[in-house]
Design a protein around this ligand. Structure first.
Ligand code: NG6
Ligand code: CA
Length: 511
C-alpha cells in the first residue's frame, strides 16, 4: 500500500470518526418530552391490550419504543405523584404534598433542584405546558392572580410555562402563561377563595339550573363556583374574559406544546406536557364527542391520543423524530366517577381502565400507581416490551445520566439512574418501589406489601377498593396480579422483610 493511499484512508477515518462523534453527540443530547396524562389507567391505552379502546397515536409511539408493563407513578393522586416526578424525592417525606387546592402556594420551593433545572443547566430550553397542580406563589391564598404570580415556574427551572394552576375541577379556571393570567381584563379582576363564597356569585349547590354542561355526582362536592355551566371546587369571582372553555383546553395546550417545539427546534429542549385528559370535568371538544361509544371519559381518552398525535406530527415535520426522547405516562391510576354526572359509569361497558389490576386512582392496590409507560427515542431505542420494575421517581437521575451531569448535593435524593433500563438496554429494574396512597406499600417484581393503616377499605363515591386495612397485606404479584389472596399470615418473614425496607426508607434523612 503506498503512502498516498494510507493518507487517504487516514483522512477517511478522521472524517468517519468525526461523523460518528456528531451522531454520538446528537444522540447523547436528544430533545426530551415528558407526556404526562391525568388519571389514565393501564388499560386505557390500546397498546396495553384492552380491546375496548383504540388509541392509534399512542400505539404508534409504543410500537417504536419500549413499552413497560410494571411501571409506577409514585403516588395514586396527582400532587404527590407530580412532586416526586419533578423533584426525585418521595412526596411522603413532606407533609404538604396532598392534593393541592387551586390557591396553594408553590410546593416545590425555588431552592429545590428540579428535573427542569437539571435540563436547563445542561443547556436545554425548558417548558411546562398543561396541568400543574403543584401550587403557585409563596403561600396559600396570597397569590396576585391579577399581576405577576411569584414564585412561579421560572424559579424552578422552566423557561416557559403555559399552565392550568391546579385541575379542571378547581378554581381559578384560567390559564397562566409565564406567571400571568392569559386574557385578563384589568377591569374585571379575579378573586379566589377556598374558604368563603363571594356574595352575589351563584354556586352550583344552590343553582342546579345553571349547570347546563355538567352536574356534580351526588355527594361528590364540586358544587361551588360555576364556570361554563360546570360547578367546581372553590370560590371564584371576576376574570370573565380569562375563563377557559373546557372543550378547548386540549386544543389550546396542544397548540402551545407544538409551538414550543417549533420555536426551539434548533436547540435541545425539554418539554413537560401534562394533559388535562382524562381528569374531570370531562368536556371533550365536539369533534371527539360520541366517538368512543363510552361517553365523555372514552372521548377524553381519544382526545388525549389526538394530542399525542399532534406532538408526533410536529416532530416528524421538523425532522426531530429520530433524536427526540419521549416518555409517555400517567400521574395515577384511573377513576370512572370522579365527581360529575358524565355517564362514564353507565357507558363503560366491558372496558377495563385498570386492566388486570385491582383498585384505581386513590388505591393502595396496584391500579393506583401501575400506569402506562412508554419510552421512545428512535435514534437509540429498539422496539421492545419490558417487564422491568420502574418508577417515575427515577426519571430525574436517569435523565441526569443521559446528560452526563452530576447533580448538586442533596438534589433528587430518592431518584436512581435506570437509564439503561428505560432505553431497553437491560431488563434490570428496581429491587423495590414504594407506592403511596392511603398507606405506603413496598413492591418488588414478585411481592406487594401494603402496610397496615386506618384508612377506609372502600371509597363509595368513586367505587374504588382503596386497599387500606388494619392488618398487613401481602400479595404474590406473579401469581396473583389482581391481589385477591392476602398471604401475610402464611409468609410472616416476607412481611417483616418488606416492612424493614419501608422502615429503612422512612428513616433516611435526605437533609
Ligand atoms: C378529589 C376530588 C376529585 C379530584 C381529585 C384530584 C372530591 C370529592 N374529589 O378530592 O374530583 O379532583 O381530588 O385528582 O372533591 S388528581 O388527579 O388531581 O389528584
Ligand atoms: Ca391525576
Amino acid at each position: 500500500m503506498n503512502n498516498t493511499l494510507i493518507g487517504c484512508l487516514g483522512v477517511g477515518a478522521a472524517v468517519l470518526s468525526s461523523l460518528q462523534t456528531t451522531h454520538a453527540q446528537q444522540s447523547e443530547r436528544p430533545n426530551v418530552i415528558f407526556i404526562l396524562a391525568d388519571d389514565i389507567g393501564y388499560g386505557d391505552l390500546s397498546c396495553n391490550g384492552e380491546k375496548t379502546i383504540h388509541t392509534p397515536n399512542v400505539d404508534a409511539l409504543a410500537s417504536r419504543g419500549v413499552r413497560f408493563t410494571d411501571a409506577h407513578a409514585v403516588a395514586a393522586t396527582s400532587t404527590p405523584s407530580r412532586y416526586s416526578l419533578l423533584t426525585g424525592e418521595y412526596a411522603w417525606r413532606r407533609n404538604d404534598t396532598g392534593i393541592a387546592t387551586g390557591d396553594a402556594g408553590m410546593i416545590i420551593r425555588p431552592e429545590q433542584h428540579t428535573v427542569a433545572d437539571m435540563f436547563q443547566s445542561g443547556g436545554y430550553v425548558t417548558g411546562a405546558v398543561g396541568k400543574w397542580h403543584l401550587g403557585l406563589g409563596d403561600k396559600a391564598g396570597t397569590q396576585d392572580w391579577n399581576g405577576f404570580i411569584t414564585p412561579g415556574l421560572k424559579d424552578i427551572g422552566f423557561d416557559y410555562s403555559y399552565i392550568m394552576a391546579a385541575t379542571g375541577d378547581r378554581v381559578p379556571c384560567v390559564i397562566v402563561e409565564n406567571q400571568r393570567v392569559v386574557n385578563l381584563d384589568p377591569n374585571d379582576p379575579i378573586e379566589v377563595s377556598y374558604t368563603t363564597p363571594f356574595p352575589g356569585e351563584p354556586l352550583g349547590k344552590d343553582h342546579p339550573e345553571l349547570l347546563t354542561v355538567l352536574k356534580p355526582s351526588v355527594n361528590h362536592g364540586h358544587d361551588q363556583a360555576i364556570v361554563n355551566g360546570v360547578s367546581r371546587i372553590g370560590y371564584m369571582k371576576g376574570g370573565k374574559q380569562a375563563l377557559w372553555k373546557d372543550e378547548n383546553i386540549a386544543d389550546s395546550i396542544t397548540t402551545k406544546a407544538v409551538q414550543f417545539i417549533e420555536d426551539n427546534q434548533h436547540k435541545p429542549f425539554f418539554l413537560y406536557f401534562a394533559t388535562n385528559d382524562a381528569h374531570v370535568p370531562r368536556v371533550p371538544h365536539p369533534r371527539f364527542v360520541g366517538k368512543s361509544g363510552m361517553g365523555a371519559r372514552g372521548d377524553a381518552l381519544l382526545q388525549f391520543d389526538w394530542s399525542v398525535g399532534e406532538i408526533l406530527k410536529v416532530l416528524d415535520r421538523l425532522g426531530l423524530t429520530e433524536n427526540t426522547l419521549i416518555v409517555l405516562t400517567s400521574d395515577n391510576g384511573p377513576v370512572v366517577d370522579d365527581g360529575y354526572q358524565d355517564k362514564a359509569v353507565e357507558l363503560l361497558g366491558k372496558h377495563r381502565p385498570w386492566g388486570d389490576f385491582r383498585g384505581g386512582k386513590y388505591s393502595n392496590f396496584e391500579a393506583g400507581t401501575r400506569v402506562p409507560f412508554i419510552v421512545s427515542w428512535p435514534a437509540n431505542v429498539k422496539p421492545a416490551v419490558s417487564s422491568a420494575l420502574v418508577s417515575q421517581l427515577d426519571l430525574f437521575a436517569s435523565m441526569a445520566s443521559l446528560l452526563n451531569t452530576t447533580l448538586p448535593e442533596g438534589s433528587a435524593p430518592d431518584s436512581r439512574d435506570f437509564l439503561n433500563t428505560l432505553l431497553g438496554k437491560t431488563k434490570l429494574g428496581r429491587e423495590y418501589i414504594i407506592e403511596q396512597a392511603g398507606s405506603l406499600s413496598v413492591t418488588t417484581s414478585n411481592w406487594k406489601y401494603i402496610a397496615p393503616g386506618n384508612g377506609p377499605a372502600y371509597n363509595k363515591l368513586t367505587n374504588t377498593e382503596l386497599g387500606n386495612s388494619k392488618l398487613p397485606q401481602l400479595y404474590n404479584l406473579k401469581k396473583d396480579k389482581g391481589e385477591k389472596l392476602n398471604l401475610a399470615d402464611k409468609y410472616p418473614d416476607k412481611v417483616k422483610e418488606l416492612q424493614a425496607i419501608l422502615d429503612k426508607e422512612k428513616n433516611k434523612n435526605n437533609d
